[in-house]
Design a protein around this ligand. Sequence first.
Ligand code: ZN
Length: 211
Amino acid sequence: MGCEKQKCIGQVALTFDDGPAYTTTPQVLDILEEHGVVATFFLVGQCIEAITEDILMRQIHMGCELANHSFTHGHLNRMTREEICREVEQTSAAIRRVAGVEPRFFRPPYIALNDLMYDTIELPFIKGIMADDWLPEVSPKERVRRILDNVKDGTIILLHDTEGNEGTVTALPDILAGLKQKGYQLVTLSQLFKNKGVDPKQKNYIWTHVI
Ligand SMILES: [Zn+2]
């Protein structure tokens, strides 16, 4: 995956939140395809509809991983146990129905967390290093810098393929080139945990680096 063995200094997992988005996600996938790399997509269940179903199939076909980012993108830390369950189960069901795969990871919207969520959601919780790429005032160049300055072996990178997030589409080729230049191989989250020999199921824990 674009990294010769002797040059590799580590593996990282690129992840995208808030899709599937019917124009931005295909743009992200085009860039990933051009670079021959994979990513993990944390999907919002209510965005999985007829117009975006092909996107999920393309993600699977490219070797990308699909994960769970709730159904409504609400604050799950303000919900009851039943509501939390429904948020997670409805999204996993939509991914299973459309793509035929079982999501293995969960990322809380807004990284808003509480004990009830840890208690209720069985999937491992994932965070990652961020570039504030949901803020229009953070330039593409700045997004590239924040990621490349903070990445290390085992890092999970959190970006957004939210509809209209052109700043991240613009930044992505430079992020990928920078990671390659630093000698990092890009793998899916499942591959990252497997290759590191780390069990993602840790009680009351949210992952940013897999080491
Ligand atoms: Zn989100």
